[in-house]
Every structure is written in C-alpha cells, then in structure tokens.
Design a protein around this ligand. Structure first.
Ligand code: AMP
Length: 427
C-alpha cells in the first residue's frame, strides 16, 4: 500500500476543521491591524534560500528540499515564508508604494528534519511581515499580534520571551566577544557548535546539546555589547509591551535560528506539562538588513511565524480543540426518478437561500436515510414521496424532537428560517 512520505500528514476530519478555524480567527484578527493577505510560490530559485557565505544558516546548510526542474534550474521548496515575500517585495517594486507594507500568510513550509512530535517535513505556518518602519512600535506590535491571537483562542500555557541582537555594529562586537570566549572550549562543544563557531557563534547559545555545560553560564551577554541606539530601541519595545499589558520575559539566550535578525527577537513557548521538547510555538523579530541582502533597497522589516501543528497540539492539551462543523440544516431524501428531480431542485433552492443542505444520492431505505440524517447531525429531514411531488406540500420532520409538519413548498424558506432561528436560541 502506498503511504504518505515520512514527516508529512493528511488534513481531514477534526484537523481540517481546526485548521480552517485557525485561519478564520487569525484572518479576522489581523484585518483589525489593516494587514493584507500575501501568497508566494511554494518553490523558489534555490539561491533565494542559499544566499552567499556569511548569510549561511542552519536551514540553508542542511534542511531544504532541493531539486532540479526539467529545465535544469535549481529549485528549493520554501523552508519559511519570509524570504519569498521579500523576493516579491523587491521584484514587484512594492517598496515604491506607500510604506509600511503589512502582509500575512498561511501555508505549508518544507524542511528535511528528523520527524518527531511537533516536528514535520511539511508543516504549516501562519506568518506576518511588515516592511518600511524602523520604529520599535512595530516590534511591539508583532509580539502583540501573536499574544492577542493566542489569547483569542483561549490558550493559557504560553510564555513570551524576548531579546535583542542589537544593530550591525553591536552584533559584530558581540560576535568577536563570543568567538574569543568559546575558542578555548572548541573541543568541549558538539560538532554542530563547532560549525556554528565559524558561521554564526550566536547559535551556540541556544544549542540543546551543550546547554548544561559549565562554561555556557559565563558566556558574554549581548546586553553588554549593545550600543546606545540599540539599547534605546529595546527599552522602547519593552515600554510599548508594558503599555499594552503584554506579559513577557527577557531571555538573553534567544537568538533564533536564522541569522538575518537585528534588534528585537522573540519566541512564544508552550508552558504546558509534558508538552515535549518542540515547544516553541512561534518566533520572529526584526530584520533590518534582509531586504538589502536579497538585492533590494535598504528597507527594514519585522515579522513572525507561528507553527500551526504545535499550536494545534497546545490547544489539544488545553481542551480547546472542540470546534464543530456548522450543523446541517436540512437532509432531503426521495427515491424515484421524479422524486430525485424534485429534491435536486428543492436542495438547490434551499442552498441558494443560505441553508446547509445534504441529500440522499443512493435511494436508500427510509431507515438508512434517518440513520444518515442522525450521523450528519441534520436539524430537519424533508421526505419527498409521490404525494409531495404531486401536491407541492412537503413533509418535514424535526430530527431531534421527531415532530412532523406539512409545509407548502413556497412557504418552506420562511418555515425553516423561523424554526432554525428557534434552534439557535435554544442553544
Ligand atoms: P522558524 O521559521 O524556524 O522560526 O519557525 C517558526 C515556527 O514554525 C516554530 O516556532 C515552530 O512552531 C514552527 N516550526 C518550525 N519548524 C517546524 C517543523 N519542522 N515542524 C513543525 N513546525 C515547525
């Protein structure tokens, strides 16, 4: 039997309901911030993600799905959303429009990682990017969007951790301090960290393997290397967060996986018992040099991405995953050719008038039709027989109370509107 590829999953049933629910809650929230929807291709030229040396990140070095297309072009399945949006921002000269530009997306990302709970090879992210403002109001706003979204969903066990990586100058000074500090410990660091030492020593700080080694505690702290401007930027972010009553902690070990960040970085972690190691639900920050690095003008950016699977897992842990499909208003059945024609026309009429309608396609028995109506949780059942076709008077049953009514066809919409309104009020 053919099986799905390792690290992927199918979306149906409850998961499909939950994903649609997340999309709708997020899209209505983000609209309040005057943000537009943005979609970019799921694959891009590989060089977008595999940029020059110095930009090398863990993602770039090992985790992407790379392939050659039939035209012998190097392509990569997108491992994250930001680079594609930046490419589009530059290619479509969106920087020439009135800025800031605020965009959101929801879609699949692909990374060749070792699958485990909360870690997949194809996974969904809900993300946001803003281009065109250096102001720390925006750093605080992106954090507030994630915070407010999780609040709207009712999630309690979450913590917001923030940090700053400073501007380029502060960062370069800090890099130097880190390499000087870790140099004598290279033999004690894991292979990944030895690689990071060359490319991005900051990432040694969030290594899970080396985290508990004694010398990690005394590693230089970014805060000691911030210049005045970077310090002020970070102070303001905190002031804005305080003003919005957003709870957060400053965690100097948050450096984020991608090395394009400047100034504010943040992570939202699940603080739920037994949640497991993949507990970072969302992450983001400011990237003032990325647009320029990808070949555009010097335009600053800020953004975040929320991992949908981990969010769903957290909602499940807290019992917040009980979303139901909208109930079926009416189930209609009939058996003969004439009856089927009649019910098709009636179903079409009811659906055009906004009712959720399901029908019997298989001329099932009376008993099986009522079983089906129960299974799909239909509020009403309309039975089309010979008599109904002839007289245009419909037989309709309340599927819960089993009360039966005779209703003229041309009064059915009014009848259902009234009855279904009553049902809503009974809830
Ligand atoms: P990143 O783009 O690495 O900053 O990741 C942002 C968010 O995406 C993380 O906080 C996770 O929630 C989620 N995420 C990243 N990688 C994976 C993966 N392989 N499987 C599932 N979710 C992931």
């Amino acid at each position: 039997m053919l099986q799905k590829p390792k690290g992927t999953y199918d979306i149906y049933g409850k998961r499909a309901l939950m994903m649609n629910y997340l999309r709708s809650v997020f899209s209505s929230l983000i609209d309040k911030y005057n943000v537009s929807y943005f979609e970019t291709p799921m694959f891009e030229a590989s060089e977008l993600f595999h940029r020059g040396v110095g930009e090398t990140t863990d993602i770039v070095s090992k985790e992407t799905y790379d392939f050659k297309d039939r035209g012998d072009r190097d392509m990569t399945l997108r491992p994250e959303g930001t680079a594609g949006i930046v490419r589009s921002f530059i290619e479509n000269k969106l920087y020439a429009d009135s800025l800031p530009l605020k965009a959101w997306y929801m879609g699949p990302m692909f990374r060749y990682e070792r699958p485990q709970a909360g870690r997949y090879r194809e996974f969904y992210q809900i993300g946001f990017e803003c281009f065109g403002t250096y102001d720390s109001m925006m750093d605080a706003e992106v954090i507030s969007i994630v915070y407010n979204f999780l609040n709207l969903l009712g999630l309690k066990g979450v913590k917001v951790n923030i940090n700053t990586l400073g501007d380029k100058e502060s960062r370069e000074n800090y890099h130097k301090a880190l390499t000087d500090y870790f140099k004598p410990y290279l033999n004690d660091l894991c292979d990944d960290c030895n690689r990071r030492f060359e490319k991005n020593p900051l990432r040694i700080l969030d290594c899970k393997v080396d985290a508990d080694k004694g010398f990690m505690k005394n590693a230089p702290k970014m805060t000691d290397y911030l210049n005045a401007e970077s310090k002020e930027h970070f102070m303001k972010v905190q002031e804005y967060l305080n003003i919005m009553n957003i709870e957060y902690e400053i965690n100097p070990n948050i450096v984020r996986g991608l090395d394009y960040y400047t100034h504010t970085v943040f992570e939202v972690v699940a603080d739920i018992k037994d949640f497991g190691s993949q507990n970072v639900l969302a992450g983001g920050g400011r990237y003032n040099n990325l647009v320029e690095n990808i070949g555009g003008p010097s335009v600053p950016g800020v953004g975040f991405a929320i991992g949908v699977e981990r969010l769903l897992l957290a909602l499940e842990y807290e019992g917040l995953d009980k979303v139901q499909a909208n109930p079926v208003s009416v189930y209609i059945f009939g058996a003969s050719t004439q009856e089927k024609k009649y019910l098709m026309s009636l179903a079409n009429e009811l659906r055009s008038n906004g009712f959720k309608v399901d029908i019997d396609y298989e001329s099932k028995s009376f008993k099986n039709n009522f079983k089906r109506a129960d299974k799909i949780n239909a509020s009403f059942v309309i039975i089309i027989g010979d008599e109904e076709v002839k007289t245009n008077v419909l037989t309709i049953k309340n599927n819960k109370t089993k009360e039966e009514y005779k209703v003229k066809h041309d009064e059915i919409i009014e009848f259902l509107s009234e009855k279904l309104g009553d049902l809503d009020e009974d809830k």
